[in-house]
Write a protein that binds this ligand. Structure first.
Ligand SMILES: *Cc1c(COP(=O)(O)O)cnc(C)c1O
Length: 450
């Protein structure tokens, strides 16, 4: 029988893991997972872990969900894949219809890519190409927010602003305009989230006023900058941004790859601002965390700007091999079924209120600067000095100490720097949330001891 150790040895001979300094594994274990069920992951030595980060934010209805399993199994018997140019299939049509039905009126066309980063590339290219087709060739720049993240391929990386991932590759990346983040961690004492996000908008307003003739689109992560340490902001920012984009003739791209499908308390984060973006990218939770797939939704108006005789060369000639893969679409349709029949958003409201209560005591920890939450995302930010909010030196890797403790206590709490966060599958129970809160408190005590 395979053990953790045996598999780890084989793994480390041949694999190169994502987002990892492989040398870390001289001391940190790689944990091979044998099976998953609900929020639980089980390794080859029989240890179990609550997947508190939803396996990088993708899983929403638990591992080995019977309904999604059965939908994928059924699809597998019929059609595993087919080219989506010139051909089509039922799961992709059904999924597009459902996404158009679920998102704000005005989003009526769906282009499929096969992961989040490629979906971002699609939205950026479509926006640029729209302006070319519209006779506005000067529009070729993008505006992004400080501390934003949109994926790892070169254009997605270019419109992101997390230095840790971006810095090395800067010479390869297109230049973007960066507006100050509305991130409310940095609000002044006594300032509300709304006041702060409103004030931060002034920087964006200025960029748009001065440069709109060169700008294709603004790209944002609505409400939560997840990879940027789970920093959060008020919906007013999105409302102001939508108005300004309309005023200045600039597209708005909403990257709901991480925050879509109920994460922030509404089905889509944009709903909280009552706005419709020109492009909306959905991935991660889209397939319930089963298979890679991205949907880029846009308006009929934008679609029409490409619709013409072939020889005008206005078409969007972009493709990915696995565009609209039927198995992925079947998983996504089963995921949409669960949203349609179970009171997911309602239940999440109860769970997120429970999460808030469970994490409340962490506010009093001498090395916790902030416990923040938006819907089913909660984050705890550790600092060296609470009063001045002096951060820990990143080299100390305090978050990793919490992670290591959590592994001994049945929890997967992979951190972002000094931030420990909770982004669990929606099938988590209140008791499991209480356990995670307890483990986090213990872990933060240990991690901040010296
Ligand atoms: C994860 C993520 C992406 C990239 O998606 P991948 O499937 O990992 O390429 C883009 N934007 C946001 C906001 C994300 O969280």
């Amino acid at each position: 029988m395979s053990s953790n150790q045996a598999l780890m040895n084989r793994d480390l001979e041949v694999l190169w893991h994502p987002c990892t300094q492989m040398k870390d594994h001289q001391s940190l274990p790689v944990i091979p997972i044998r099976r998953g069920e609900g929020v639980w992951l089980e390794d080859f030595d029989g240890n179990r872990y609550i997947d508190a980060v939803s396996s990088w934010w993708v899983n929403i209805f638990g591992h080995a969900n019977p309904r999604i399993n059965s939908a994928v199994r059924d699809q597998l018997e019929k059609l595993e894949h087919v080219i989506l140019a010139g051909f089509s299939h039922e799961p992709v049509i059904e999924l597009a219809e459902r996404l158009v039905g679920l998102t704000a009126p005005g989003l009526s066309r769906v282009f499929f890519a096969d992961n989040g980063s490629s979906g971002i590339e699609v939205a950026l290219k479509m926006s640029f190409h729209y302006w070319q087709n519209a006779g506005k060739p000067k529009k070729k720049r993008f505006v992004t927010l400080g501390n934003s993240y949109h994926g790892e391929t070169l254009a997605a990386l270019a419109v992101g602003d997390v230095d840790l991932y971006k810095h090395t590759y800067k010479p390869l990346l297109m230049e973007v305009l960066t507006a100050p983040s509305p991130d409310c961690y940095h609000r002044e004492p006594g300032e509300s989230w709304e006041q702060h996000s409103r004030r931060q908008f002034e920087g964006m307003q200025k960029i748009l006023a001065e440069k709109h003739e060169e700008i294709c689109a603004v790209i944002v992560e609505p409400l939560v900058q997840c990879a940027g340490n789970m920093r959060m902001y008020h919906p007013i920012y999105l409302k102001l941004l939508r108005e300004a984009c309309d005023r200045y003739g600039v597209h708005l791209i909403a990257d709901e790859i991480a925050v879509g499908f109920g994460r922030t308390g509404t089905l889509f984060a944009c709903e909280q601002a009552g706005i419709t973006p020109d492009f909306m990218a959905l991935s991660k939770g889209l397939t319930g965390g089963y298979l890679p797939l991205c949907a880029v939704l846009t308006s009929d108006h934008i679609y029409q700007m490409f619709y013409d005789d072939y020889d005008t060369l206005r078409a969007f000639l972009h493709s990915h091999s696995y565009t609209g893969n039927p198995l992925a679409c079947a998983a996504a349709n089963a995921t949409m079924d669960i949203f349609a029949t179970d009171n997911v958003i309602e239940n999440n409201r109860v769970l997120s209120a429970h999460m808030a209560r469970a994490l409340e005591p962490l506010n009093d920890h001498p090395h916790v600067a902030e416990v923040r939450q938006t819907g089913m995302i909660a984050a705890v930010e550790m600092v060296r000095d609470k009063a001045s909010r002096t951060p820990y030196d990143w080299r100390e890797r305090r978050g990793m100490r919490v992670y290591q403790h959590a592994l001994t206590r049945q929890a997967l709490l992979r951190p972002l720097g000094s931030v420990t966060y909770f982004m669990p599958p929606y099938v988590i129970t209140p008791e499991q949330i209480d356990h995670l809160a307890k483990v986090a408190m213990e872990g933060i005590d240990i991690a901040t001891r010296d």
